[in-house]
Design a protein around this ligand. Structure first.
Ligand SMILES: [Zn+2]
Ligand SMILES: [Zn+2]
Length: 390
């Protein structure tokens, strides 16, 4: 691996930033102190920025000193944590009860800060680099909100790239596709409205628990029986609520779930099928199904040519055998998808697994692998240098 010495030398200070951020996780467009932390660093390094995108998001920029090219590139890091407890015991463990950096966005933010610091000191390129610090990735659509707040109107950004650490890949290996990378995410709520009654007189009631159970089981056939087996899709009921007592038939049961797809037609077909199954089964049982369906993040689809470019940069950095360009797409969702719908670019995984870092994303024992910091920073720096010298 050919990591620049001057980047390796930043490891200690970057590890400190990463641990500072880890210790103070914030969520859902309220990443005030995280945003302040980033701004303080940018000010110290005299890097220009503009805040106020999606509440706590900000955009910094560095113009290279090699000419007057209008060319530009956007590098994006997410900066929010998750609403979950942390079960690690190290010193930098979360000090905010019920919040945790369990997706490594503390590391993503640190890598982007490291790249900004390095490129400010070494602006040997012809063009402008934009550093997009995005809040609220974990279900809040912060990426879209930054765009709604003028991200691509205020700044002329030609292409966009993002990195996500990946615990399934060994440290320093890269994974990318030149097409679908992450799934579209939809959510739905169903309220099955029956008729309450005495548990001893089910014949006089319409039991929503039995009807909801049929709906849950029938939904298992959507992917297995209605979707082309070579396509990829997922339907999960993730919450059920109903009932109050042993001897009472409740009048309502609520079901909530999520749908993941890659193709738009599959997305539309599944929404239709969920509605048909829920209302059809309810109707057959003299009940009603009230269905709300929400289209959330679109699928994250990498642009072919840009993904090849980014993976070539990674290959030069870590070696050909450590860059996998044909990985399986993930059924997880990602709101970088909105940016990729607007601008060409690519989203890449960067492996973080070693003997001390094997916990999965969104688990309470997860921690970002700090040995990844120089690799990520060097990737950003090389991506920028090669992009402008193309
Ligand atoms: Zn996550
Ligand atoms: Zn994440």
């Amino acid at each position: 691996m050919a990591i620049l010495n001057s980047i390796n030398q930043m490891l200690n200070e970057m590890t400190k930033w990463r641990k500072d951020l880890h210790k103070n996780p914030e969520i859902g467009l309220k990443e005030k102190e995280t945003s302040q932390y980033i701004q303080t660093k940018l000010k110290t390094w005299q890097i220009e920025y503009k805040s106020g995108y999606a509440n706590t998001g900000l955009v910094a920029w560095i113009k290279g000193n090699k000419g007057n090219s209008k060319k530009s590139i956007g590098l994006r890091a997410d900066m929010d944590a998750l609403p979950m407890p942390e079960h690690n015991n190290f010193e930098h463990k979360s000090s905010n009860e019920g919040m945790m950096h369990a997706c490594g966005h503390d590391g993503h933010t640190t890598m982007l800060l490291g790249a900004a610091k390095y490129l400010k000191e070494n602006p040997n390129f012809d063009g402008t680099v934009f550093f997009i610090f995005q809040p609220g990735e974990e279900g809040w659509g912060g990426g879209k909100m930054m765009m709604d707040d003028g991200l691509f109107k205020d700044f002329e950004i030609d292409e966009v790239y993002a990195l996500h650490n990946w615990p399934e890949l060994p440290l320093g290996e890269f994974g990318v596709t030149d097409g679908p990378m992450m799934a579209a995410v939809d959510e739905f709520d169903i309220i099955v409205e029956g008729k309450g009654g005495h548990a001893a007189l089910p014949n006089l009631a319409v039991d929503p628990i039995v009807i909801a159970s049929q709906i849950v089981l029938s939904m298992q056939t959507i992917v297995s029986r209605f979707i082309d087996p070579v396509d990829k899709a997922l339907v999960s009921i993730t919450k059920i609520h109903g009932g109050t007592a042993y001897n009472v038939i409740d009048d309502k049961v609520s079901l909530n779930g999520t749908v993941r797809t890659f193709k738009n037609e599959t997305r539309v077909d599944i929404e239709k099928k969920i509605k048909e199954i829920a209302s059809g089964i309810a109707l057959a049982n003299n009940a009603k199904a009230h269905i709300q369906y929400y289209n959330k993040y679109p699928p994250t689809i990498n642009h072919k040519e840009k993904s090849i470019f980014a993976s070539d940069v990674a290959k030069d950095l870590v070696g050909k055998d450590k860059v996998f360009t044909n990985i399986n797409p993930s059924m997880g969702g990602e709101d970088f998808s909105y940016m990729l719908n607007e601008k060409p670019g690519s989203y890449l995984y960067i492996g973080q697994k070693d003997e001390n870092h094997y916990a999965g994303l969104h688990t309470s024992k997860y921690d970002f692998n700090d040995n990844l910091l120089p690799i990520g920073v060097n990737f950003w720096v090389e991506l920028v240098n090669k992009y402008f010298s193309k």
